[in-house]
Design a protein around this ligand. Structure first.
Ligand code: GLN
Length: 542
């Protein structure tokens, strides 16, 4: 029997609802329950695939090829349950489906309305899941009071009646700001937010209150009184040093206990949080540190590289070191002296990215890493850059470039117009739609025997997630291999280069896929573990 937990947010945005949901999922899992997390996003884009990383942070790609909200990355990292296309829905997708049905005549002449048609479609999305999970945790994006959220709140309100209140729970995440002049945590914004939720018919059962200090008993009672909840159901969500401490902290504050109580699961076993404690121990007490330079484009908004920075931390956890990240906007390397900025770092990483801006700077960073024997890790665009750099400076193909960035004399990276997945040929046109037209999701990659990556993975066949339009052009493999670049991973049909490495370099690996999407604190991605290990070696040299 599946129970449904709905998580809404109030007062201000960016309170970390995704993380809160993921951490609650982890705490319930630690009690032996099975969980799945989903996100309802009220914006009108069909998916976040076309949104700028500056607007919405990273686009998280699932195995089944969905471009989803970055919160799904938190869900996977905290629960190790692989997210699916069906775990993220937006207003845009809901409306597309309802409109398609209307055009097909499925509504049999009815007037199509927000209630019941849009709300029914949202409810179907919540209820349609294959597994018989003990808990479905449904996060509602945005903040209560937003116009766009209304149909979603209405749908989850209806679900409370439909499924029964004994099988549904509403958690509201709010903020208790501390006002120094008054010397108090203020409860009023929370009271207003809970009232706002009540005005659409939802009585919160548990209040999760973000605060920078413990909530004094008097304030807790006050919130309980005004917001119509039990005092024990007012939970402090305190700031912690590492995000991996959140499941422990929530448990200590009684969140999962209240959840179990609500559902009559008083006999549920205490959670075994030992593995979380071990991770936190390692994060907070590293034995050393390394510095990695990330040379990217969207460096002012670090949410744009969420999975990447987490994967680097995971690599650090496995090597017992703290990973300091130095973020560089690649453009600086086009104007200034690269050496001065990159000297002394223990590893250089060029992550995924789109468009021309900063690419010449990225090429300079690759060159610096290659020539100075500094560990280099290229991801997606970072692999394309590595190949172009090798073409220009090792193979002497001076006009090497990517057709994404102009009209190069030698299109070492270009647009493939079709590729195969599970026997189906997928096509993409140069002037086609931008949304949903990339090579997306999990694809197999065959690894060359004896290569560095074969050792790192300990396997000759891997599956990794992709999100790109352009490919390294196989017509240039021969001269590039002659110049010292090894194509150590290819698609199973041998048509698409997946991994390149330089065997004569301490650590130079570049991949067309996004390994960071599959890294989890308990299952750190082998490429990140190996890269950080190489950085540790480098740190002993400099
Ligand atoms: N812009 C490149 C492409 O579309 C790389 C994409 C990426 O780095 N995710 O192929």
């Amino acid at each position: 029997m599946t129970r449904y937990i709905f998580i809404t947010g109030g007062v201000v945005s960016s309170l970390g609802k995704g993380l809160a949901s993921a951490a609650l999922g982890a705490a319930l899992q630690a009690r032996g329950f099975s969980v799945r997390l989903r996100k309802l996003d009220p914006y009108i884009n069909v998916d976040p695939g076309t949104m700028s990383p500056y607007q919405h942070g990273e686009v998280y790609v699932t195995d089944d090829g969905a471009e989803t909200d970055l919160d799904l990355g938190h869900y996977e990292r905290f629960t190790c349950v692989s997210a699916r296309q069906s775990d993220n829905v937006t207003t845009g997708r809901v409306y597309s489906e309802v409109l398609a049905k209307e055009r097909r005549g499925d509504y049999l002449g009815a007037t199509v309305q927000v209630i019941p048609h849009i709300t029914d479609s949202i409810k179907d999305f919540v209820l349609n899941h294959e597994g018989d999970e003990d808990f479905m945790l449904i996060e509602i994006g945005g903040t209560v009071g937003d116009i766009e959220s209304l149909p979603f709140l209405e749908a989850i309100r209806q679900l409370g009646n439909q499924i029964g209140r004994d099988r549904t729970l509403y958690i509201h995440l709010t903020l208790l700001p501390y006002i120094p002049t008054a010397g108090e945590l203020k409860t009023k914004p929370t009271q207003h937010s809970v009232k706002e939720l009540l005005s659409v018919g939802i009585q919160a059962d548990i209040l999760l209150c973000r605060a920078d200090r413990e909530i004094p008993e008097a304030e807790r009672k006050k919130i309980a009184l005004f917001c119509n909840v039990a005092p024990e159901a007012v939970i402090s969500a305190l700031d912690v040093k590492s995000i991996y401490q959140v499941p422990i902290s929530y448990h200590e504050e009684g969140l999962d206990t209240q959840v179990c109580k609500h559902f009559g699961l008083d006999d549920a076993p205490e959670p075994d949080l030992s593995r979380w404690r071990e991770i936190v121990e390692r994060v907070t007490k590293p034995e050393g540190e390394v510095t990695i330079a990330v040379v990217g484009k969207y460096v002012e908004l670090l949410d744009a590289y969420k999975s990447l920075s987490e994967a680097l931390i995971h690599g650090g956890i496995e090597n017992n070191v703290k990973v300091n990240l130095k973020w560089f906007d690649a453009e600086v390397f086009e104007r200034e002296d690269v050496v001065h900025h990159l000297d002394g770092v223990h590893g250089i990483l060029v992550p995924g990215g789109f468009g021309e801006r900063g690419t010449e700077g990225k090429l300079e960073a690759v060159r610096f890493a290659r020539e100075r024997n500094i560990p280099y890790f290229g991801i997606c665009l970072g692999m394309q850059m590595a190949v172009i750099e090798a073409a220009r400076n090792l193979a002497g193909i001076k006009g090497a470039g990517s057709t994404e960035l102009g009209e190069p004399e030698d299109p070492v990276v270009g647009l493939m117009t079709e590729w195969a997945q599970e026997g189906d040929i997928q096509k993409r046109a140069k002037d086609g739609d931008l949304g949903g037209t990339m090579r997306l999701g999990a694809y197999d990659c065959k690894i060359k025997k004896g290569s560095r990556v074969s050792e790192i993975y300990g396997s000759l066949e891997v599956s990794e997630r992709h999100r790109h339009r352009y490919e390294v052009n196989t017509a240039y493999i021969k001269p590039l291999e002659k110049a010292g670049l090894s194509f150590s991973g290819m698609s199973p049909d041998g048509v698409l280069p997946e991994i390149v490495e330089i065997p004569d370099h301490p650590w130079f690996v570049a991949v067309q896929f996004h390994p960071e999407l599959k890294s989890r604190p308990f299952e750190p991605h082998p490429l990140f573990v190996s890269f950080i290990d190489a950085a540790v070696h480098q740190s002993r040299l400099v």
